[in-house]
Ligand binder design. Structure first.
Ligand SMILES: [Zn+2]
Length: 407
């Protein structure tokens, strides 16, 4: 479980606990989305459920070497060959229970769920059982482990648990059945009850660095330039970068279907259409040919297109959520574009420059615009009215850029 890129602190922590043999019954894996928390949780369960775990010194591990552990520290790793390991990989192991938002609709009897929160029905159905006469469900957590090595429950997006669901879970955590392990995965640990947090072993995961992400994305089929751009826009989250990449690929495929032409044979990076639309719009605002409202419209339209593309991949996703994700992605592009112009102005190095006719934008205008973008990104992620938010942000950007030109 040590080859999860860029998370050596979290992995060293886990290895030390596994080595001590005193594995806590409840864990919180916290950190940004898409940096390997879920994958690490599954690997941890796999190691614990493995019939013949491997023990070997840190310095003999090759790419598994962890600089935060002593060279002779004995790592515990799953064998990857036994029946248990194979069942974990296929997600068919009877003692591994994955609780995720995909299960929401299965347990929602009203059929009205938008699939945005984990209700108490999900926690009852998947973990603690329900003894009401009309829909009796056996408690999985109190059943014996089928293969005799304990049971693991991994709750993805645990912060989506509604308060009644968290309270129901808390009762179990207060008196955990022996050899039951629960891992709560979250990017917002403060959304969990403090009483749950205080009973959990906490492991913090970090943003991934540029040098980790670019080769990972290239391995998954991105061109070098595209990988650099995706790494910049996804704020250190490999999962987010992969989702963006899929959106780009799906959008490209749609374009090709429409045009009924062969795919381009050059190794030109396949950037989504909105990248060039927003870049040239920013150029135009700077030179006075367009205004902030035009930029707001391009972002809104492109975000809706992004949501449409992503809905094709996951029809159960919430469209509103996807439009918000799209707006966040585009605002983060605008901030990155401004960051380049600011770097030109100050002579700072630029990684993976973004397309533009405008060379540099001086301080403090560029900074002011970047701050406006970052704030708007956060508000878009919450429940701000997108039309109003984009109009005010893009107008502020227009004013700041015009002032910079006039100065
Ligand atoms: Zn094994």
């Amino acid at each position: 479980m040590l080859n999860i890129q860029g998370q050596s602190t979290a992995l060293a922590h886990i290895q030390r606990v596994v080595h001590s043999g005193r594995i806590a019954s409840t864990w919180i894996f916290a950190g940004p989305a898409g940096v390997g928390k879920f994958h690490t949780a599954v690997e941890m369960a796999k190691t614990s459920l493995c019939d013949h775990p491997i023990h070997r010194p840190n310095n003999s591990g090759g790419e598994l070497f962890n600089a935060l552990l002593e060279p002779d520290f004995v790592l515990t790793l799953p064998c990857g060959q036994c029946e248990s390991c194979k069942a974990v990989e296929l997600r068919t192991h009877p003692d591994l229970h994955l609780v995720s938002r995909e299960l929401i609709r299965y347990h929602d009897r009203s059929g009205k769920s938008k699939g945005t929160t984990l209700s108490i029905q999900v926690i009852r159905g998947e973990m603690i059982g329900d003894d009401s006469p009309e829909h009796r469900v056996e408690p999985k957590i109190y059943k014996r482990s089928q293969r005799g090595r304990g049971k693991w429950f991994i709750i993805d997006d645990a912060d989506l648990m509604e308060i009644p669901a968290q309270n129901a879970l808390l009762k179990t955590l207060e008196e955990p059945p022996a050899q039951n392990y629960i891992i709560l995965i979250t990017s917002s640990p403060t959304e969990l009850l403090s009483t749950i947090r205080s009973r959990s072993q906490f492991v913090q995961f970090r943003d991934l660095s540029f040098t980790v992400m670019v080769p990972e994305l290239v391995n998954r089929g991105a061109g070098e330039a595209q990988a650099k751009l995706l790494a910049r826009l996804s704020g250190g989250s490999l999962g987010r970068a992969i989702i963006f990449m899929q959106a780009v690929i799906t959008a490209d495929r749609d374009e090709q279907d429409k045009a009924d032409t062969k795919p381009p044979t050059t190794d030109q990076p396949a950037f989504p259409h909105w990248i060039s639309a927003i870049s040239s719009m920013l150029d135009n605002i700077f030179t006075g040919r367009d205004g902030g409202m035009a930029l707001a419209q391009v972002i809104q339209k492109s975000a809706e297109q992004y949501a449409k593309t992503m809905l094709k991949r996951d029809p159960l996703a919430s469209k509103d959520r996807l439009v918000r994700d799209g707006v966040g992605l585009m605002l983060s592009f605008v901030a990155a574009w401004l960051d380049d112009r600011l770097r030109y102005a100050t002579g700072a190095p630029i990684i993976a420059p973004l397309p533009s006719q405008v060379h540099s934008i001086p301080l403090p205008a560029a900074q002011e615009c970047i701050v406006a973008c970052r704030q708007a990104e956060m508000q878009a992620d919450m429940n701000a009215h997108l039309g109003v938010l984009l109009a005010s942000t893009c107008t502020a950007i227009e004013q700041a850029l015009r002032t910079a030109v006039a100065a």
